[in-house]
Design a protein around this ligand. Structure first.
Ligand code: V47
Length: 384
């Protein structure tokens, strides 16, 4: 495309964004063209970000729990999974699970992010029991647990419906669902990455049902491996379509592929430029999802900070015990202190606000940091 055509096409998109007109599949693909300056895409995304979320940078205090890494599936992008008889394989005891709850409470965590492998020999009741004992022991902590891939596995194990599984898990203590397992929806790519696990239809139906029963969920996209721009934008459009129907997604998290120790280790990790472009295009395409998360564990601290000016308004949490990215070669720290996370948001020119999992303000007891209460809902904070 010659420069004049390129400029005219970009102006068309800018007019759409300024007038709050929805972008098309072709618009999204065009914005991935390397000749379209990244900074210009970022400026547009920042406009939307400030319109939707003002000058705020959200974070939470959270911890991860991966009760087992043993998994029946062999996704090519995963460095975390283990075979049943591999010495690396583990499954936690109740004591180990409860110890994590105790540690989370001591650290003032408001959220536990719980996901793991689909263990060949652990029944549905084992997964339910983990949620139940944590909720009984530590009722204040929100349990954001099980991706749609796990829910799909529980359906298979129990021979019950999605709705039954979700309602049963909620009764045990499930608070919301994380966004993992989405990878890339387009079958041309999904079949190359993880042909056996929950397909696109199943992933979307599980999130639809979660929204119908009143559970909030998150959504993700794994990029920077074998996919093309078309597949990424198609993925975003499928999420946008479901959100039009249910409104149940809270936040979108673009996840950059980390190749180390995976079956795709010959690929290069996506560049920071690709990370920022994907962040910005996600913000522009997903006009109906309130938040975009720059997951610092996977992006690195500097890119996550920059992403706060490229469409992101959330940085995830302080995090503890993260394994999925660290097993795949992430060099980010294991966790950040609350002061450090506030500092990185402030340094990026944003105002740090601690949220809980479902975007309510967290008010800390000034005399005891580990005690907290829930304040106002933070949805939505419009620019003034
Ligand atoms: O589904 C696995 C991805 C996801 C690799 O909901 C990999 O708030 C890159 O979903 N390189 C799990 N990515 C993580 C996830 C998540 C993270 C943070 C916040 C939330 C949320 C959700 O990680 C998997 C997969 O898409 N993944 N292996 C890898 N080697």
């Amino acid at each position: 495309m010659i420069k004049a055509e390129l400029d005219a096409r970009f102006r068309e998109i800018r007019d759409k964004v300024e007038s709050e007109t929805r972008l098309s599949l072709d618009d999204g693909i065009f914005l991935y063209e390397p000749q379209v300056p990244l900074q210009a895409v970022g400026e547009l995304a920042n406009l939307v970000r400030e319109r939707k979320n003002g000058n705020v940078g959200y974070f939470n205090i959270n911890t991860h729990l991966n009760p087992t890494n043993v998994c029946v599936y062999r996704c090519r992008f995963c460095a975390f999974r283990s075979d049943l008889r591999d010495p690396k394989g583990y499954a936690m005891s109740d004591e180990q699970v409860l110890e994590r709850g105790r540690e989370a409470t001591e650290n003032g965590c408001t959220e536990m992010h719980i996901v793991g492998g689909l263990h060949h020999q652990r029944p549905y009741e084992w997964y339910r029991h983990i949620v139940e004992i944590l909720k009984q022991g530590y009722p204040q902590i929100h349990l954001k647990a099980w991706t749609a891939v796990e829910i799909n596995w529980f359906e298979f194990q129990t021979k019950k419906s999605i709705r039954w599984v979700l309602e049963d898990m909620r009764e045990a203590g499930l608070g919301s669902m994380p966004g993992g397992g989405a990878e890339i929806f387009h079958p041309e790519v999904r079949d190359q990455l993880c042909e056996h696990k929950a397909n696109t239809h199943a992933w979307l139906e599980i999130h639809r049902t979660a929204h119908e029963v009143g559970l909030k969920t998150n959504c993700t996209m794994l990029y920077g491996h074998v996919e093309q721009a078309y597949h990424r934008v198609d993925h975003l459009m499928r999420l946008r379509e479901l959100q039009d129907q249910t409104g149940g997604f809270q936040v979108f998290i673009p996840l950059a592929f980390h190749p180390e120790n995976t079956k795709l280790s010959d690929l290069k990790k996506p560049s920071a430029l690709m990370d920022l472009r994907t962040m910005a295009i996600s913000r522009l395409m997903l006009d109906n999802i309130q938040h975009i998360k720059a997951y610092w564990i996977m992006l690195g601290i500097e890119t996550a900070q920059t992403a706060l000016a490229y469409g992101a308004d959330d940085i995830d949490g302080t995090v503890r015990h993260e394994l999925i990215y660290h097993d795949a070669g992430a060099t980010t720290p294991q966790c950040l202190s609350v002061d450090a996370i506030k500092q990185l948001i402030t340094e990026a020119g944003r105002v740090p606000i601690e949220r809980d999992t479902i975007y309510q303000e967290v008010i800390r007891d000034p005399s005891d940091f580990t005690k907290w209460s829930i304040g106002r809902s933070l949805e939505p904070v419009a620019a003034t």
